[in-house]
Design a protein around this ligand. Sequence first.
Ligand code: PEP
Ligand code: MG
Length: 901
Amino acid sequence: MKKFVYTFGEGKAGGSADMKKLLGGKGANLAEMTNLGIPVPPGFTITADVCSHFYENKHTYPDTLEKQVSEALKKVESIMRRKFGDSENPFLVSVRSGAAVSMPGMMETVLNLGLTSKTIPSIIKLTENPRFVFDSYRRLIMMYSDVVMEKAAEIEPENRIGIRETLEELIEEKKRGKELKEDTELGAEDWEELSEHFKEVIKKQFGKDFPDDPQEQLWGAIGAVFKSWNGKRAVSYRKIEGLPDEMGTAVNVQAMVFGNTGDTSATGVAFTRNPATGENIFYGEWLLNAQGEDVVAGTRTPNPINIAGKTQNEKRKLSLEEAMPELYSQLDKYQQHLETHYRNMQDLEFTIEDGRLWMLQTRAGKRNGPAAVKIAVDMYEEGLITKEETLLRVMPSQLDELLHPTVDSKTEVQTEVLANGLPAGPGGAAGQIVFTADDAEHWTKEGREVVLVRSETSPEDVHGMHAAKAILTARGGMTSHAALVARGWGKCCIVGCGVLNIDRINKTLSVNNTVLNEGDWITLNGTKGIVYEGQLPLKSADPQNNESFQKLMKFTDEVKILGIRANAERPEDAVQARTFGAEGIGLCRTEHMFFDPERIIHMRKMILAENEDNRREAVMDLLPFQRQDFYEILKAMDGYPVTIRLLDPPLHEFLPQEKKQISQLAKELNLSEDQLQKRIESLQEMNPMLGHRGCRLGITYPEITEMQAIAIFEATAQLTKEGVKALPEVMIPLVGTAAEFEHQDAIVRKIANQIKKETEINFPYLVGTMIEIPRACITADEIAQKAEFFSFGTNDLTQTTYGFSRDDIGSFLPTYLEEKILLHDPFQSLDQSGVGELVTIGVEKGRSVKKDLKIGICGEHGGDPASIEFCHRAGLNYVSCSPFRVPIARLAAAQAALANS
Ligand code: PEP
Ligand code: MG
């Protein structure tokens, strides 16, 4: 006879933790706990095979199932020393789903089965709590009529008002009649009356009685749970998560135990270590004479489980350790046993029924970032897990919580969301609203904390962006200017927040009906892209002094294959990147070196020059700044390569727009405002992102490339002379044809030779290219003939592959995500099947010419864990990301190596 039912109870179980496929996660863990000798309310699991049979055979069961269930129930009865449905000494059961992969809340559960006219009186006697019994009964009626009699029977309710809602309305009516507000104010008689009323309504609605037979209730619930496998919620969840429909669910039938039978009963939830700090101290909460729900639902405030867990204000609260010392020490023993057994921090549920402790659940406990790091490293040092497991225990994104201040999560869940945008710069920040960059700077100088709110940002705003605690914009995408700059500084930033209505004249910000004024406080969660009204508390970060974090970072280096570089253009950012473990600079955007208000004028002069002479003059003004910057960055990265990209300024970002700036610039250029305005207009492009930028600029104005090459190599020669190992890698942007590359390559090499000759100093250098245009991927073999390295610019490659403007995606992305036309923002996480395919082609073609061609990625995807995994598989040599993402990339690269080893 094929075994369809596995029992568990009193130290013996037919199943075990490794039988998740057959018994589901829940069933397998209940069996495992039982086998460990931990008291679990007895019960049995009907296998997922029965689910398959059920669907393959017109909703019928295998012939022997009934017999196997009845035998299993007998076993449970003998352990409980009570009988299911008995009039003298009954017990109740729960029926729950449980698939191999957890599908939280997607299938059905029925509790309190076995409450009938025969059993109710004896359970009242047993619990001495009629209110609890009738409350349980009405819950059974509501759940059962909804799950079994309506949903499983596929009855479409009239007017779309289901039975559950109809019954809930009766409760509301009752409360109104008695002028009560809360369910908890209703007494035993109220619930008894309501239960009777419910049954009448059910009879009317479904044409049959609510079952008063415990066996009928049990089988009804089993069938309904199997049916819920193909319920709407479960089907769409599997589709989204990519889970197979054939897997099926198991069904767990388990004796119910009650923590609310009196003062010798209790219930609680606990973690084997503190889930907020990671401290190795048993941590939890409990309530005397209560049900599990009371702890979770927050209707009563629970007490700390032990003396060690008491906070300052809880000193007088009674812990379980003090109230029931023997049971506490039993619980403490079980928690230690379970943690050692599962080799992971566990989240436990327990109930004490009349002085007897029952464990109801164990599973890997959720934890925050700092706790995840501490627990993983501590467990390694305690000898519980291996180094590889340690690295896999922390999600890379969780490191954000250690690297940046974060919004206090407890307050956050209780606060209403004001607006949602794109999560451009991680961490949390709170500040007073200002609407201009100048105000951001002034207010900050006065000692205030501000959030700079703009429609979009331009280089004009950089000083204000730097001064502000956070930046919030209505427009823009993940690779727009504000996002790139903020991320580089590790600053909290939300962009593309389309619901913001910014009135700069009246200095107000409105979102739907909420109007905020300059000076009002807002708080940003930049990791999630959420804006809150008011000042929410923040938790600070100090990664350098976090011992566990430093140890975890060391582990990554022992495993990862990918190199990790940083995108940085300011010397101080390069220093920051090195402290986070960057092994070089993968992208130095030289145009970003001119955002500074004192420098931007030189850049503008160059862009606005009308002839070569003027331009040469303006370009030469840029030289000393560049040489000094390159000198400092190459020095900070002593011994590590620094990829310096030649100018790639989207012109529109550098031209002044406001009247005040135009008249100021006109004076400096010795032009009339009119003349300047005309010149600006003549430079306007319809599609600046596809316009006169990248190598197109260096080809039309070779003097720019010459100047940059001079600056790079003079700095390199000087450093070489000083004994610093300067390793510049000159990178040509936006190349689409081999000829474009060759044109620029020739200029750079000519200057390098010149400077070597002039200084009589020999130094190493490379000339390579960005691959950020689809054509460059497809003709990568031609480009690789000359180029010495490739770096994928996946921001532009995504823009040009999809044809999505990287600055304007905020206007349609939310709808695309909602409608599941896109599953994620392709500027945030690499589109592996489209853009990724082009990367693969580029790598293959490039290396078909140069076997060992050095290839990296410097688009924003270089800091995204899923994209990093892709880069590992694609055989890239390194990824480059903003300095604050370097630790995240190190961990993601180590995990990618482990996953693909
Ligand atoms: C890119 O396009 O991916 C890139 C790194 O360059 P930028 O973002 O400066 O265009
Ligand atoms: Mg680019």
